[in-house]
Design a protein around this ligand. Sequence first.
Ligand code: SF4
Length: 260
Amino acid sequence: MVIYSHSRLTTFEQCPLKFKFRYINKLQPDFKQTIEAFLGTKVHKTLEWIYRQISQNIVLELDDILNNYIYSWNKDFNNQIKIIKKEFNAEHYFNKGIKFLIDYFLENKPFNDNTIAIEKKILVNLDSEGKYILQGYIDRLVHNKETNIFEIHDYKTNGFLKTQEELDKDRQLALYSIGIKNTFENIKDIHLIWHFLAFNEKRISKRTPEQLEKLKQEIIQLIDKIESTKEFFPNPSALCKWCEFRSHCPIFASGSPLLE
Ligand code: SF4
């Protein structure tokens, strides 16, 4: 039995051939990490560090947070990290991270919202027989003791701000909320919360039990579709620029009009 992740599902939907290269053929990628992914990891790690410090009653100033990010960036940055957008250099992305963290600090200090878990692994049973299981990691889980509401927090470092309508249909945090419901008892409600760091915006959504039941069925159907797929076709899009398997892809083979 394959345990699915949300990114496994979205990779299939984005491009079945990329899914095959990554999860079936397990090909060596052309590069290990893009600068966008590196920035995302570094900002996530610093936000994780903030809440670990807070859990030990350590008071943080802005300089502490920025120093953690700067140290972590400098320690791990290397010239294997791929910069796709040639008009920008590494410093541009580094500075973005600084801005995200300054904004987050000003909006969220002193960070005492009763965070109960960071990078929490969650298993989501989609059916009663345990045939369909999804695994994920919640960036941060908060329990508001007064209201008995749980909050699933997710940080976004990309340049896309989703509309409320899109968030109300978003699958990832909704799926994680199923796992939370099965883990804790007597939950009053669960809020799904996104921090769009590039816009300094926080957005909230909720799901009804009926919506979650429908979502489970949709994901089961998607998994069935993936598992019955015999031919994995390429699905070229703007995202091909960031694809780590372009050197293997027939769409970008020598002589293709799409080759850049
Ligand atoms: S380059 Fe584009 S079409 Fe080819 S595998 Fe990657 S995402 Fe799919």
